[in-house]
Design a protein around this ligand. Sequence first.
Ligand code: NAP
Length: 248
Amino acid sequence: MKLLEGKVALITGASRGIGNSIAREFVQQGAQVAFTFLSSVEKGQALEKELSEAGNKVKGYRSDASDFEAAQQLINDVITDFGKIDIVINNAGITRDNLLMRMSEQDWDDVLRINLKSIFNLTKAVTRPMLKARAGSIINITSVVGLMGNAGQANYAASKAGILGFTKSVAKELGSRGVRCNAVAPGFIETEMTGELNEDQLKDWLSNIPLKRAGKGTDIANACVFLASDLSTYVTGQTLTVDGGMVM
Ligand code: NAP
């Protein structure tokens, strides 16, 4: 049985990494998929072409998740193209790591704008149509770093911890109208983002993972399938940690 048959999902930042895995898995599970990219235009176009071949409707949009007006426009465009939105996955994110002593104001502002404000933008824009439909699942990708902090990532940890408070508040506001909002907290997942880490940092991460391996994009995609599907209709305001047991 396909778990997302008949559902329309919007995934931000699917040109690479975790978002890319989520888009692929959602198509496998029968969803129609709208996704965004920003700088990776060729990768975004190639993904649209490849995933469309499975027969589902799939469309990529070049859209900056951190731009308030662009998020409103994106939601309007997706509803025009697909007729509705059942699921939003706020995945787009960046790192600008540095010790606080050396962190620039620009690096703080960029990370908070792209990781946290973008989630406000998209969630706010999709609230009205979801409330009208009296249904919807919003999934925000946070990080274990938002739960436990990390030296050199004060900006990133603050943005990811902010997502947790936002997620719980939205769950409380929208629950009575059938709209759910949950977070997924990945641990150490092999993507271009973690590809920037040096050997010592890699060893350090792996030594703290009981399952003794890095996660894959599909590990996060599977958690998103659960939270997007009707398997989780009584789950809201939660954070599902997918980290090989790193945070207990
Ligand atoms: P990634 O490989 O660097 O990919 C990031 C994606 O976000 C790209 O598709 C990028 O698109 C998109 N993006 C960046 N800024 C954007 C913007 N302003 N508007 C729209 N799209 C934008 O990162 P990842 O590792 O897959 O991470 C995905 C999410 O998981 C992030 O929120 C990250 O914080 C979180 N996470 C990752 C890990 C990990 O270990 N990898 C762990 C915990 C949490 P373009 O290339 O087209 O710009």
